[in-house]
Every structure is written in structure tokens, then in C-alpha cells.
Design a protein around this ligand. Structure first.
Ligand code: GLC
Length: 467
């Protein structure tokens, strides 16, 4: 099959969160299984700075009502996957991926450019697989206003339902050259605005999200972030497929980024060496203390506020805390304050640092992920592979991947005291039930989380609509 993924992030070129991992791993796995796979991606400044030596394919122009915009197109083949990179100094020549006032316009341009690339290079895909709101309008564009004869089938994957891609009704004409009828009939309307995510839910042939539990949440009043009313109509075409992780990148037996390698058969020594090296690097002296790691975007979604509210309690019980991530200003400030109050026990790294992330996965005893909501979550799965027991809130993919007292710990209610109870339980296991701790580490490390099974589920889904 010919599959074109359209997304705002894809490893190894660019990632700010799990989306980048998933788009890449799924594509690579599909390519290895013999499918012809492409990814269309913005050529962000951050990617250009990496000097990736992409091949220049040419340029074209596209119109967004009165705007006449340059579209440069580059290509790079990585692991058998064709990356088409959309070059625009105006929209993507910036320091960050998102967070600009004109994000709606930037990704409108991106969707239009993706349509152009598919037509210009006659990619004739069987499936166009769009991810999240950034690519959300593409099925609408290709179905309502096609620029080539070949109309593919469409799959939407919802990675983060919090972002709807809101635009004004007038933007349909102004940015997308589409009629406002689409709004008036309700096809792309959501909560009194245009929503590019809603548009994709309406026009895609199949919809997926990244875990079975999250699929059910998205159909429930309480946890769907408003989407249940829309998804209800598409229920029969809506499935949850659990993400895998990149088992080559995250492999404690061969990972070159960590001090000592280890396996589920023999992990005690290696893991201890990794812990010592990590704590040394971060200037934390107490090597025997239980160590809690966090690798995460520092956003409200990830439950960072619950961690902050429990930090003093953890410190009081002797723990070390290590936090790596960046995100909302207030949360960054709060974790830095925590570090400044106990620099001997708390280490904070604001930003993204891949090598340090690996060291935290390997060298911590516990991994904190008390998310408010979590469509799948990758950190907890990676932590399990490294024998670092995740402590999670029971939501979305965290429910599907962490089994309490077997390969991690979990709590139900999003409040500091529920979390505290389970932190205490984890500390008791660490201090007093050493055999149980070992058993749990072994269970976690043994879990099979490769992409093969998930990839096969996507292929089945693609086949259902293509055949
Ligand atoms: C988003 C979700 C996360 C999921 C990832 C990849 O970042 O918040 O739960 O793992 O997408 O699908």
C-alpha cells in the first residue's frame, strides 16, 4: 500500500512530544513491512539547522485567497521512509514549532502545501493518514476541492484532543479557499468556531486514537473534552490502537547513552551504576535514596502540579527528584523554585536533552506520570523497559499499560492526596519489600512493546477502507 502521513512532527527530524515518535516509528515499521510510506512535514528552522542534506525538489506557489505563497519542497529518505519537507521562510523560519498568533494560518498553509505535494509529485496514495489538528483540514480539501483526479482514503489519528485547531468561520475562505457553507452545514463547525480537528473527524474514513481506553474516554461526556457529541456519530469507524515504542532506541541492553547496560535477567548492578552516574552528573550526593524521575512536557496535562504539591512529602521521606522538560512558564518556575530550595536532592533541566532523558529512564527507581489526561503516553512505557516503575494516574493509555502492583503503581483521582497515598506505597515497597520491587522491575522489563502489533492493526484498518 501507499501511505502518506501528514503531521507537524516526525522523528528523527523534529519532535516536541510523543507525536513525533509515533509518526516516525509507525512509518518506519510500515516501510519495513514493504509498504511505500511518505511523511509530509514542515521544514522548520530547527530542522534546517541540523544540516540534514535534504534534496531540493523544486518549488511552486499556492494561493490562500489574496496571499500568493512560495512553497519550497525538499526530500530526504530516512529508514526507507520518504520525508517531504515544506519550506517557507515566512511560516516555518522561526525558533519554535508552535505558539504563534498565526498558527492557524501557518498550518492552513501546511495542509494546502501537503495537498500540492501529493498532486505535484503524483504520490497517488491509497491512504492519507493525518495526525491531530495541524493536518486536520486536508481530508476536507482533498474531498471538497480536489486538485488531482485520484482521491485517496483518509485516516485521522487523534493524539491530543485538547487542541481543536479553532478558526473563525471567515477563515474558511480567507485561508483555505473553501466555502463557508461547510461551516453553515455543520461539517467543520465545533462550538461556534471552525475546528480543523472536527473537520477531520467529519471527513476521514476512519478515526483512531492512541489507546483503547482513551477511545472510550473520547466517547464519554466526562472525559472527551467536548468531542463525544461529534465522535458519537463516527463511533463505528473509531478505534483505539495502542502505540508501541521504538525498542531499538530504548533498549537498556544496548543503549549507548547510558553508563551500564543491563537486561531483565540481570539488572541490579547495571541499574545501580546508572543511578550512581546520573546522580553524580546532577550533583546529588545521596546515592541510596529512592529516586523519582520525570521526563515530560511541563504542561497542565501532565499533572506537574500534583508532583509539585507532593514534592515536599517525597523529600521528607528521603527521596531525590529529577525533572527534565520544558513547557508552561509557571510550571517551569515552580520546579526551579523546588530545586533552589533543595539543590542537594532535586535536579531540574529545563529544555530537551535526549541523552539525559535516557539516563533518567535508566537511573531512576520510579517514573512519575500523574497525567490529567493521557491518550497513550510514551514515557511510562519507556520507563518500564528500563525497569523504572511508573507511578501514574489511571487515565487513557496509562490504564492500558500500567498494572498496579505488578509493573507499576497507579491512583485514580486527580488530587494530591490520592497521589500521596500511592507514593507512600511505592516508597514502602522500595524501603521494605525489596523482593517485590525486584519482581515488579522484572515484570515491567519483560513487557513486549514493539511496534509490530500496533502496525498490523493499522494495516488491517487501512485494508478495511481500501478494499
Ligand atoms: C500526545 C498524547 C500522548 C501520546 C502521544 C503520541 O502527545 O498526549 O498521550 O502518547 O500524543 O500518540
Amino acid at each position: 500500500m501507499k501511505i502518506v502521513n501528514v503531521a507537524s512532527e516526525a522523528n528523527p527530524l523534529i519532535k516536541s512530544g510523543g507525536l513525533g515518535d509515533v509518526v516516525y516509528s509507525l512509518s518506519r515499521e510500515l516501510a519495513q513491512a514493504g509498504h511505500e510510506v511518505s511523511i509530509i512535514l514542515p521544514y522548520y528552522k530547527v530542522i534546517k539547522n541540523k544540516n540534514i542534506d535534504a534534496e531540493y525538489l523544486g518549488y511552486d506557489y499556492l494561493d490562500m485567497s489574496w496571499r500568493h505563497q512560495y512553497v519550497g519542497i525538499f526530500k530526504k529518505v530516512i529508514d526507507g521512509v520518504n520525508y517531504y519537507l515544506i519550506d517557507s521562510e515566512q511560516y516555518f523560519g522561526r525558533d519554535n514549532l508552535y505558539g504563534y498568533d498565526d498558527d492557524g494560518e501557518r498550518f492552513a498553509y501546511f495542509a494546502l502545501a501537503a495537498q500540492l505535494v501529493i498532486a505535484k509529485f503524483t504520490l497517488t496514495p491509497d491512504i492519507v493518514h493525518v495526525h491531530d489538528w495541524q493536518a486536520g483540514m486536508l481530508p476536507t480539501l482533498m474531498k471538497v476541492r480536489p486538485i488531482e483526479k485520484h482521491i485517496p482514503h483518509f485516516v485521522l489519528t487523534i493524539h491530543n484532543p485538547a487542541f481543536k485547531g479553532y478558526l473563525y468561520r471567515e477563515s474558511l475562505g480567507d485561508l483555505y479557499n473553501l466555502s463557508t457553507d461547510l461551516y453553515d452545514t455543520g461539517a467543520v463547525r465545533f462550538e461556534g468556531m471552525v475546528s480543523t480537528l472536527k473537520a477531520a473527524i467529519y471527513f476521514a474514513d476512519k478515526i483512531t486514537t492512541v489507546s483503547p481506553t482513551h477511545r472510550n474516554e473520547l466517547l464519554s461526556e466526562e472525559y472527551s473534552q467536548g468531542l463525544c457529541s461529534v465522535l458519537e456519530f463516527r463511533k463505528d469507524d473509531f478505534v483505539g490502537i495502542l502505540n508501541g515504542v521504538d525498542v531499538v532506541e530504548f533498549d537498556p541492553e544496548h543503549d549507548p547513552k547510558i553508563k551500564a547496560n543491563y537486561s531483565c535477567k540481570a539488572f541490579l548492578r547495571g541499574k545501580k551504576q546508572d543511578k550512581d552516574a546520573l546522580l553524580d552528573e546532577l550533583g546529588i550526593a545521596d546515592k541510596n535514596a529512592p529516586t523519582f524521575g520525570i521526563v515530560s512536557r511541563l504542561t497542565y496535562q501532565k499533572g506537574v502540579d500534583l508532583v509539585i504539591q507532593n514534592a515536599l512529602h517525597l523529600l521528607y521521606r528521603g527521596a531525590n527528584i529529577i525533572i527534565l522538560g520544558s513547557g508552561e512558564y509557571g510550571l517551569e518556575q515552580a520546579v526551579q523554585q523546588l530545586r533552589d530550595s533543595r539543590p542537594d536532592k532535586v535536579a531540574v533541566y529545563i529544555g530537551y536533552n535526549d541523552a539525559l532523558a535516557h539516563k533518567i529512564y535508566a537511573g531512576s527507581d520510579f517514573f512519575l506520570m500523574p497525567s490529567l489526561f493521557e491518550p497513550c503516553g510514551i514515557g511510562q512505557i519507556v520507563a518500564q523497559r528500563y525497569g523504572t516503575l511508573p507511578i501514574v494516574r489511571e487515565t487513557g493509555g496509562l490504564v492500558d499499560t500500567v498494572h498496579a502492583e505488578i509493573d507499576g503503581f497507579s491512583f485514580k483521582y486527580y488530587d494530591p492526596l490520592s497521589m500521596r497515598a500511592v507514593l507512600d506505597r511505592a516508597l514502602d515497597v522500595y524501603y521494605m519489600e525489596k523482593d517485590k520491587m525486584k519482581e515488579m522491575i522484572k515484570n515491567a522489563m519483560k513487557l513486549d512493546r514493539s511496534w509490530v502489533e500496533s502496525m498490523n492493526k493499522y494495516v488491517e484498518l487501512y485494508k478495511e477502507i481500501v478494499l
